[in-house]
Design a protein around this ligand. Structure first.
Ligand SMILES: Nc1ncnc2c1ncn2[C@@H]1O[C@H](COP(=O)(O)OP(=O)(O)OP(=O)(O)O)[C@@H](O)[C@H]1O
Ligand SMILES: [Mg+2]
Length: 465
């Protein structure tokens, strides 16, 4: 919150004279005051202004102050609200505090008393945000711990992510479905300076085009036929925090144009509003689509691509980091068996081997679901191979003799290094730290043709340091 918004108070009462009086007194005590004569106006002010506290009369024209208070809290959950009541309505006052009012005051009230209540409420709010900040610090540590990574590939990703998280740059996360894009996005927010401010996630693929614009930018009451109430959009909710635009590859072109303008101008208009709102958000975008190909074919705007593709994070599919499987499987097993109140202690060696052999097209999410299913149906305290992946296609028994397995590995190694060097044998030999002639012999031995690797595109291959 800015210094200005820390002192701005909204007063809602249907008595204009009372509003005039209270405005004068609060302003004399150094507060900024915004007033509203009715509920609708109050909601407009709540959505448009950055407020520290509200004072609401219990008896309003169209409904009672308690339901208005609840609506205010649905928009600004941490806003302290002081309820004003007529003498003798102690029951409603108690109900108001039960439902989340900070406190109540009987009308007519002593002005000094009101000032004292306001100060206490604001102090309370400052403490709450300090507590949230400290919790955030703990969570931040905790959340990176929550990301299981043993493979070099994932460790490099996490190292990169922890370095870019505090920079405030726009992050673009690319990875197949279920690789952990959302988990990483949240961890980036929690490791950034914005951790105490909101994190708002929006799945662009899950919302129909007609609603997406109002979801993102909000609307005023009456902006379109069904707009009975004004609505604070995701961008406004994420103010000073982070917005996660998931599945951005599914965003329709018309909305892409609007998003681009918001990112350029750091301002936007809620639908039906003439007044632009300033917005300060960090953007994290994610997709499992080949967005560069979409740019080429014209289904994703090139200018928007460059604006969001500032710091790329590539999450490798699970089949390319199989070393992570045992650790992930154990991690999910413990977590899920605790949640299901079962005492499953481990996974048998044969079951683990099955997990390692499978290709995981659905990545970590599929692994998590598989373990969940296994824990649910097992009657033993160790998960056996018969309940792991019975329905999935696995290569036939592949525990080969040592010599054969070693040859498989060597051939795979030569293939990978040729892919990386696009079939350049001299470079490949250099990487393998072998003489060119020796490497050439290996290529011949495994019946490989360097020219077959000319066009290979290994975007996830990481060369050794
Ligand atoms: N490295 C990891 N450590 C622990 N849990 C993980 C890891 N990666 C993914 N998960 C878990 O796997 C599940 C899928 O992850 P997430 O939802 O972040 O993937 P996603 O890439 O956003 O998937 P989608 O493209 O389907 O939206 C989640 O339950 C997440 O907590
Ligand atoms: Mg996701």
């Amino acid at each position: 919150m800015t210094a200005q918004s820390l002192k701005k108070i909204l007063v809602v009462d249907d008595d204009a004279n009372f509003l005039k009086l209270i405005r004068m007194r609060l302003e004399l005590s150094g507060y900024d005051v915004v007033t509203a004569l009715n509920e609708e106006d109050a909601i407009v002010k709540i959505t448009q202004e950055s407020l520290a506290l509200s004072i609401v009369d219990l008896r309003l024209v169209h409904r009672d102050g308690i339901s208005l208070m609840e609506e205010i809290h649905s928009i600004s959950p941490y806003m302290p609200i002081i309820i004003l009541t007529a003498h003798g309505s102690i029951e409603s006052a108690v109900e108001a505090t039960k439902k989340g009012a900070y406190n109540f005051m009987n009308k007519p009230f002593d002005h000094e008393q009101l000032l004292l209540q306001i100060e206490k409420a604001l102090e309370n709010r400052r403490l709450m945000s300090e507590v949230k900040r400290l919790e955030g610090l703990l969570k931040d540590k905790y959340d990176f711990k929550n990301i299981v990574a043993r493979s070099d590939k994932m460790r490099k990703v996490l190292d990169w992510v922890s370095r870019v998280a505090p920079t405030d740059s726009t992050i673009f996360i690319f990875g197949e479905s279920g690789t952990g894009k959302e988990l990483i996005a949240k961890a980036i927010h929690l490791a950034s300076e914005r951790r105490d401010n909101p994190y708002v996630a929006l799945n662009c693929a899950a919302i129909p085009e007609t609603l997406l614009e109002s979801e993102l930018f909000g609307h005023e009451k009456g902006a379109f036929t069904d707009a009975r109430k004004s609505h604070k959009g995701m961008f406004a909710q994420a103010h000073q925090g982070t917005i996660f635009l998931d599945e951005i590859g599914d965003m329709p072109l018309a909305i892409q144009a609007k998003l681009l303008r918001v990112l350029q101008e750091k301002q936007f208009h809620p639908l039906g509003s003439a007044k632009p709102l300033d917005v300060d958000v960090r953007v994290i975008a994610a997709t499992n689509k080949d967005i560069e190909a979409m740019v080429k074919e014209g289904s994703f705007r090139e200018d928007l691509f460059y604006r969001i593709h500032v710091v790329p994070v590539n999450l490798p599919p699970l089949r390319e980091r199989k070393e992570d499987i045992p650790l992930l499987a154990e991690y999910f097993l413990l977590d899920i068996s605790r949640r299901m109140r079962k005492d499953v202690k481990g996974i048998s060696a044969m079951a683990m081997q099955k997990l390692m052999l499978y290709d995981w097209p659905g990545n970590v999410r599929e692994l998590e679901n598989t373990i969940e299913h296994a824990v649910a149906i097992t009657r033993d305290d160790v998960i056996g191979q018969e309940i792991i992946l019975p329905a999935k296609n696995l290569p036939a028994e592949t525990l080969k003799p040592y010599k054969e397995a070693l040859e498989d590995f060597k051939r795979g190694y030569v293939v990978r290094i040729l892919e990386f060097t696009k079939g350049n044998v001299s470079k490949a030999a250099q990487h393998a730290e072998k003489y060119r002639a020796d490497f050439h012999n290996l290529v011949k031995k495994y019946h490989l043709k360097p020219e077959d690797f000319k066009n290979s595109d290994k975007r996830n291959f990481m060369p050794p340091e």
